[in-house]
Every structure is written in structure tokens, then in C-alpha cells.
Design a protein around this ligand. Structure first.
Ligand code: TMP
Length: 204
């Protein structure tokens, strides 16, 4: 595979504003005449969207931690093989709303599955690694406040979400060249400016 695309992933806590930043990124790159495609995780394939429903459905509270891990990995593998491999060759910019860092932080760090997650993520990410990961950082309770109907994961207690934030910041320290922390508190226009600064430093 001869990768042409710049591959960007968005990470962050629940309600951290990833969707708005993705819309901003799309218009930023399109204004430069670049082709852009956007995916979300889990999802963006027929099978992946079905897996997403299982994972987020509050009726499925009995899902075990390991089943949860395997379902996220299954959705990702399907996305990589069905979509990412092709689009990374054909498009200029590929954007993904969450990717393997979510698994490292949600299942590995906050659910405590640890080393097994690192191994599994390496194995099933099929050597697809983002060029840039924007981590939208804000206090967990502020993001959660924005969500009306909470899904299975969002309904977890605040300690879980606080742990996610800690896990993400640790990950950003481990991979400082790839993961850039964006302060996602405050006005959208200020957040976009912070994102633009990172993009300019990184490559454009
Ligand atoms: P969202 O993309 O709409 O935020 O929903 C995805 C949910 O799934 C979110 O709660 C984060 C969670 N998640 C994991 O726990 N592990 C993963 O590997 C991924 C991709 C998402």
C-alpha cells in the first residue's frame, strides 16, 4: 500500500466537541483544494454500525469487558479492511472520529484491561497509524453536562470519565509527536484557532 493521505484522528472525552472540530477540519482542508473523507469509530461500515449499536445500547449492560474490547476491535478491523486501506491511497486527508487510542484509554486504562489491550491493538490496527491525533481536552463533568440521552458508555460514573482524562493525558505524554492536546474549553472560535495552530506547525 502506498499511502498518500494525511491521516488525522480525533480523540477526547464524551461531549468534548469532536464533531464540531471535524467539520472545521473538513472545511479547512477543502478550502485548500484537498480531498477529504471522514469516518467514525466504531462505525462507518455496515457491520461496524451494527456493532456500534450493540456497544452503545444501554440494554446491553451485561457485556463483559473482554467482549466489549473484542467488539471495538472487530469494528475497527472491518473499517480498516473495507475502507481505510483504500481511502488512505486515494484521498489527500482521511479523518477518523476516534481510533485505537480510544481502545487504549477506555478499555486498557479506564476499564483496567491493560497489557492485553496494547497487544490486541497492535495486532488489529494492521499497521495503520495516524499521522496526527488531536486530543480535545476538558474536565469530564463539563463534557458530560452537554449530553442529553446518555448511552451505555456515557452512563458510567464520573470516576470512570475522570480516569479517561488521566489516561488520555498520559498517552499524549507517551507519544508527544503524534498526539497534540487541544484545550477544548471555551468558545468554538478559540478552539478552532488552537487546532489551526497545530495544523500549521505540523504540515501546512
Ligand atoms: P462516540 O464516538 O460517539 O463518542 O461514541 C463511541 C463511544 O465508544 C464512546 O463512548 C467511546 C467508546 N469507545 C471505546 O470505549 N473504545 C473504542 O475503541 C472506541 C473507538 C470508542
Amino acid at each position: 500500500m502506498k499511502k498518500k493521505a494525511f491521516f488525522i484522528t480525533l480523540e477526547g472525552l464524551e461531549g468534548s466537541g469532536k464533531s464540531s472540530v471535524i467539520r472545521y477540519l473538513e472545511s479547512y482542508f477543502k478550502a485548500k483544494g484537498l480531498s477529504v473523507i471522514i469516518f467514525r469509530e466504531p462505525g462507518s461500515t455496515k457491520v461496524g454500525e451494527k456493532i456500534r449499536q450493540i456497544l452503545l445500547d444501554k440494554a446491553n449492560m451485561e457485556l463483559s469487558k473482554h467482549t466489549e474490547l473484542l467488539l471495538y476491535l472487530a469494528a475497527r478491523t472491518q473499517l480498516i479492511e473495507e475502507q481505510l486501506k483504500n481511502t488512505l491511497v486515494r484521498y489527500d486527508v482521511v479523518i477518523c472520529d476516534r481510533f485505537f487510542d480510544s481502545t487504549l484509554v477506555y478499555q486498557g486504562y479506564a476499564l483496567g484491561l491493560g497489557a492485553i489491550v496494547e497487544k490486541a491493538v497492535t495486532m488489529f490496527s494492521l499497521k495503520v497509524i495516524p499521522d496526527l491525533t488531536l486530543l480535545l481536552d476538558m474536565p469530564a463533568k463539563d463534557g458530560l453536562r452537554r449530553i442529553k440521552n446518555k448511552d451505555r458508555i456515557e452512563s458510567r460514573p464520573l470516576v470512570f470519565h475522570n480516569k479517561l482524562r488521566k489516561g488520555y493525558l498520559l498517552l499524549a505524554k507517551k507519544y508527544p509527536h503524534r498526539i497534540k492536546v487541544i484545550d477544548a474549553d471555551g468558545r468554538l472560535s478559540d478552539i478552532y484557532k488552537r487546532v489551526e495552530k497545530v495544523l500549521k506547525n505540523k504540515f501546512l
